[in-house]
Ligand binder design. Structure first.
Ligand code: SF4
Length: 227
C-alpha cells in the first residue's frame, strides 16, 4: 500500500467528532477539488504492507477505538484496503472510511462506516459521485457536502431531497468549505462562506441535515497537517 501518513489525533468531522482517532492517509487521488486541503497526499508516500499498517495502528491505539482511512482517495487501493479494514473490524476497532464515492463502494465491509463526500459544483468535481453507490449506503453511514456558497447549498439541499438521503443514512452533514490557503486565525474567517449564513438557509428550508465544522481547524492552526 502507498501511505502518506499514520497519526493519532481527534476526529474533526462527522458524528464521531471529538473522539480520539487513528488516521491512515492513503496516497493518491483521482479528483482535483478546487478547495482540497490535502494535496500533499496526491504523490509520494511510503510503501507499506497491510501488516505494517495494522501494526502501526495497534501501536497508536492498542485498546481499539476509532480508525479512519482517508486520503487522497483510499478506495484507489481497494484490493489491499478491504481485507485490512475487515481485519481491524475483527480486532474490535470501529473503522471509518472517508471517500468521494466516485469509486464503487459495494466491496467495503458492511461493518465499516462510510463517510461519503458528495462533490458540489464549486469543487469542480460535480457529477463525480457514482449514483449506484446510493444503494450501498446503510443506516450507520454518513453523507457530507462541502459548501462554498448558495449554488453549492442548493445542489446539496436538492440532492438530499431527491434521494431521500435523511432516511438512508445516520447523518447528512453540510460543512462550510475552508479556504485552501487557510492559516493563522483559528476561527470562521478561514471559511469560504459564513457558517451562520449556511445555518440560516438550512433552517429556512428545514433541511434534514446537521451543520459540520472541521473542529481541528479551530483547535490548531488550519495550515497544520497531521492533526
Ligand atoms: S477527493 Fe478529497 S483528496 Fe481528492 S481532491 Fe477532493 S478533497 Fe482532495
Amino acid at each position: 500500500m502507498q501511505i502518506t501518513e499514520i497519526y493519532k489525533s481527534i476526529q474533526g468531522e462527522s458524528t464521531y467528532t471529538g473522539l480520539p482517532c487513528v488516521f491512515v492517509r492513503l496516497t493518491g487521488c483521482n479528483l482535483r477539488c478546487s478547495w482540497c486541503d490535502t494535496e500533499y497526499s496526491f504523490y509520494g508516500g511510503k510503501k507499506m504492507e497491510p501488516e505494517e499498517v495494522l501494526a502501526a495502528v495497534e501501536q497508536l491505539s492498542p485498546e481499539g477505538g476509532l480508525v479512519e482511512f482517508t486520503g487522497g482517495e483510499p478506495l484507489l487501493q481497494e484490493q489491499k484496503l478491504v481485507p485490512l479494514m475487515q481485519q481491524l473490524l475483527d480486532s474490535g476497532y470501529t473503522v471509518l472510511i472517508e471517500t468521494s464515492g466516485e469509486r464503487r463502494l459495494e466491496h467495503v465491509p458492511k461493518g465499516v462506516v462510510k463517510i461519503v463526500d458528495v462533490k458540489c459544483p464549486a469543487s469542480g468535481e460535480e457529477g463525480s459521485f457514482r449514483m449506484e453507490n446510493l444503494e450501498t449506503l446503510g443506516i450507520h453511514d454518513e453523507v457530507k457536502f462541502v459548501i462554498t456558497g448558495r449554488k453549492d447549498y442548493e445542489f446539496a439541499r436538492d440532492f438530499v431531497a431527491q434521494h431521500s438521503l435523511a432516511g438512508r443514512v445516520s447523518a447528512v452533514l453540510f460543512s462550510p468549505a475552508f479556504a485552501k490557503e487557510a492559516a493563522g486565525n483559528r476561527d470562521t474567517s478561514n471559511c469560504m462562506m459564513d457558517p451562520r449564513q449556511l445555518v440560516e438557509w438550512m433552517l429556512e428550508d428545514n433541511v434534514p441535515a446537521r451543520l459540520g465544522l472541521q473542529i481541528h481547524k479551530f483547535i490548531w492552526d488550519p495550515a497544520l497537517k497531521s492533526v
